[in-house]
Design a protein around this ligand. Structure first.
Ligand code: AMP
Length: 397
């Protein structure tokens, strides 16, 4: 019997969803809600992908997540698939703090704990809680499962997750490295192990999307990752700075009188590739670099420098390296970025197969030569499928 799971990813003004048949892993329906509680007309796009397929669009005021989800569920009722067959709802939740290191069945206590964690992710957790509350109200008879973006990194060794600040202060405010994109790193590292037929791999996963992070995974366990207390740390991203000297924050405040909010906006929304080159999308960055724009070339060099810097460090921390995997928008699609990075990794015995690298595909694949000491892979991430699998495992226990 098919066991459909509804996967929800609620942002402050949007909801992404997929209904996945966990027996066949087929996507039965997917959709996107936009402009919730923005004072403008909201939109819902619902796509039915199994049985009688079709695309449906609704324009409507969506004052809150409950109205938004009720509108989605009405589309399920009218056009399918059958929502009453759903065996669980899986909710993406960004910050699990130190409390959640695995998927959890959501009850009142879990929701309250998530509220307590909101100061750690003020932009993300409140929206997740709104979505959870609305879905629990509308779908009362199914288990709701919370899946945390930080969970895969909950067991990082202390030396990896501890910041060198006053230990009492760190404890009081729960300041430590949490890491994010955990669902993707866990899924992709698991798929790489399957692809290469080994579960003892020392591997590095490069999740290069608009947000970007990198992890070191030794025999299935995460041992390092680049994002920190927040998703601002680490690699150069579309609009986020990644690592900078923390002294820059106080310097900006002293010199320009900027408050915390202004500095947060600068480093999260106006930095990264946007700050360096004027472009967020890597395709535009590459086009500008190819046409000889010097500023963009330097931006691209900074991006690759940081990426290679982390790969070298992580190989050293693991005491070896068997595989590097690229995933997410840039990692899956940009042969140029992969080549620029791999060119600098000869020291580790990385040998890229240029033809395999340039071949476009949606399938998991190896793009290094048979002689390459370190295997290089491209594996499309699929956070929704990973969440559905995790939710099914929890409710089947
Ligand atoms: P994600 O956050 O994983 O959805 O990735 C989105 C990003 O992927 C975009 O902002 C682009 O920078 C990048 N991207 C998508 N397609 C390509 C492509 N063909 N070449 C280079 N970058 C791409």
């Amino acid at each position: 019997m098919s066991k459909p799971i509804l996967v929800l990813n609620c942002g402050s003004s949007s909801i992404k969803y997929q209904m996945i048949d966990t027996e066949t892993e087929e996507v039965l329906a997917k959709g996107l809600v936009q402009r919730i509680a923005t004072g403008t007309t909201g939109t819902v796009d619902h796509e039915v992908l199994s049985g009688e397929t079709g695309e449906f669009h609704v324009d409507q005021d969506l004052p809150n997540h409950e109205v938004a989800l009720a509108t989605v569920f009405k589309l399920f009722d009218e056009h399918g698939p059958d929502l009453s067959a759903t065996v669980a709802v899986a909710h993406r939740t960004v910050h699990g703090g130190e409390k959640f290191s695995a998927p959890v069945l959501i009850d009142e206590e879990v929701v309250n704990t998530m509220k307590d964690l909101s100061p750690l992710a003020p932009l993300h957790n409140p929206a997740g809680i709104e979505g959870i509350n609305a879905a629990r109200k509308l779908l009362t008879d199914v288990p709701h499962v919370g899946i945390f973006d930080t969970a895969f990194f909950a067991d990082l060794p202390a030396e990896a997750h501890t910041y060198a600040i006053d230990t009492e202060l760190a404890k009081k405010l729960q300041i430590r490295k949490y890491g994010f994109h955990g669902t993707s790193h866990q899924f992709v590292s698991g798929e790489a192990a399957k692809l290469l037929g080994r579960d003892d791999l020392k591997q590095i996963v490069c999740h290069l999307g608009n947000g970007a992070s990198i992890s070191a995974v030794d025999a299935g366990h995460a041992v390092e990752t680049s994002m920190g207390l927040t998703p601002l740390a680490g690699l150069v991203m579309g609009t986020r700075s990644g690592d900078i000297d923390p002294g820059v924050v106080a310097y900006l405040s002293r010199e320009l009188g900027w408050d915390a909010q202004r500095i947060d906006t600068e480093l999260n929304k106006k930095s990264g590739m946007l700050g360096l080159t004027g472009h967020t999308d890597m395709r535009d960055v590459q086009e500008a670099a190819d046409s000889g724009d010097e500023r963009t070339k330097v931006g691209l060099d900074v991006y690759i420098h940081r990426l290679v810097f982390y790969i070298g460090a992580y190989a050293t921390l693991m005491g070896g390296l068997d595989a590097i995997t690229f995933t997410a928008g840039v990692g899956e699609n940009s042969a140029e970025i992969r080549e620029m990075a791999c060119e600098r990794l000869g020291l580790f015995g990385v040998e890229l197969d240029k033809e395999a690298n340039a071949t476009r595909s949606k399938s998991p694949r190896v793009i290094s030569t048979p002689n390459s000491k370190v295997k290089v892979c491209v594996i499309p991430t699929n956070e929704e499928l990973a969440m559905a699998r995790q939710a099914l495992a929890l409710i089947s226990k």
